[in-house]
Design a binder for this molecule. Structure first.
Ligand SMILES: *Cc1c(COP(=O)(O)O)cnc(C)c1O
Length: 377
């Protein structure tokens, strides 16, 4: 269990007092609970949390404390984790590809909702789980841009196939539903509108009244460009569902990134500056910065010298390497940094709660990551 007994005021206080040489992940539970309430108050349906975005105990238990009662899980280990913390939470197994033993495990753990995007995977579930009270949520894909990182190439049935899957699920006695996931950091609310319209057309064509519509995760988190207006996404989703469906399905959403990103910052440290002015950090793409090469968003960061002194307002553009001996370990975009940045300074990245802890490796002997609880970030 990851319980820190001491709570610091801010990342700054901790970094100045402790001068840590390893990367530090700072967590503000109050910020996470506030974001959870924003989803719970603003979204007109069931709010589930996509566990893969950040599976830390402290995250899951603060979400439970804030009132989140359902979770999107993708593996037996995620199911086990939730069953320990919240034996009665609703779990949706929304990774559409599962081995037979994974299906058996989920069934024995009381999971009642499964996404499906193919006939073979559906038949596998049918062979193991009796239909009564079990939801089959057909995952559809569209070629829609708007997400910074599109999932449509890996998962999702075409509308034609979704129609047939929905019919099969219904006639086998399962509860028929539909799900989609527009990709991650999807900054265009119209992506949801297009998906919902298509979903309604699929349900009509199948002649099936769906019980629930899961509008996925993919909601954007704050970047250097600013904070997204999530309420605008919620309002649009609600309006389009009302307009497109004669029998309105219950709504479900499964945010990962937008729920958790803003409640963490991630502090890295300058290990060395070479003769060309290139910077070597104590963390890189095999550690906490693994998303930088795949998710092209403008990052917010600040520089904190170890004694809290001021750095110059004049900026330089610097190439930034990670600590390993691999030449791939470099940030794809140069960082704008004070011209007098120095060894031992901290570079503190904001909005870093998603897809850091679960994907940090120990390649080359790095990857130690301490999590420190703070009152505010
Ligand atoms: C990863 C994932 C999510 C969460 O996505 P975010 O972009 O982090 O909100 C939701 N649903 C499914 C099916 C996923 O695979």
């Amino acid at each position: 269990m990851n319980i820190t007994s001491d709570i610091w005021n801010s990342p700054r206080d901790y970094l100045l007092a402790r001068a840590p040489d390893q990367p530090v992940h700072f967590f503000a539970p109050a910020a996470l609970q506030a974001q959870a309430k924003r989803f719970l108050d603003g979204f007109n349906g069931l709010v589930t949390y996509a566990v893969k975005a950040n599976p830390e105990h402290a995250v899951l238990s603060n979400l439970l404390a804030a009132g989140v009662s359902a979770f999107d899980v993708a593996s037996p280990n995620e199911i086990r984790l939730l069953r320990e913390l919240a034996p009665h939470a609703a779990l949706h197994y929304n990774n559409p590809v599962r081995s037979k033993s994974e299906i058996r495990f989920a069934h024995n753990a009381g999971v009642k909702s499964y996404s499906v995007d193919g006939f073979r995977e559906f038949a596998k579930i049918q062979g193991i789980i009796p239909p009564a009270g079990v939801e089959i949520s057909v995952r559809i894909k569209l070629s829609i841009s708007g997400a910074v990182y599109d999932f449509g190439t890996k998962f999702g049935a075409t509308p034609e196939k979704a129609i047939e899957l929905l019919r099969r699920a219904k006639s086998a006695g399962y509860i028929p539903s539909i799900t989609f996931h527009p990709g991650t950091q999807c900054e265009d609310p119209q992506a949801w509108s297009a998906y919902i319209t298509e979903t309604a057309a699929v349900a009509r064509a199948a002649g099936v009244t769906i019980k629930r519509l899961n509008v996925g995760g993919g909601f954007p988190a704050k970047t250097a460009k600013g904070a997204p207006d999530l309420e605008q996404f919620f309002t649009l989703i609600n309006e389009v569902v009302t307009k497109e469906f004669t029998t309105r399905p219950a709504l479900v959403c499964e945010p990962g990134r937008a729920m958790v990103a803003e409640s963490f910052t991630h502090a890295t440290r300058v290990k060395s500056i070479n003769d060309n002015g290139d910077i070597y950090l104590n963390d890189g793409i095999y550690g906490g910065l693994s998303e930088f090469p795949v998710l092209d968003v403008q990052r917010s960061y600040t520089v904190l010298p170890p004694l809290g002194e001021q750095r110059s307002k004049t900026e330089i553009s610097a190439l930034v390497f990670g600590p390993t001996c691999d030449s791939l370990d470099v940030l794809p975009n140069k960082l704008q940094l004070p011209s007098d940045i120095a060894e031992d300074d901290y570079i503190v990245f904001q909005n870093m709660g998603a897809y850091v802890k679960g994907v940090t490796t120990d390649f080359n002997g790095y990857g130690q990551l301490e999590t420190v609880t703070v009152l505010s970030l």
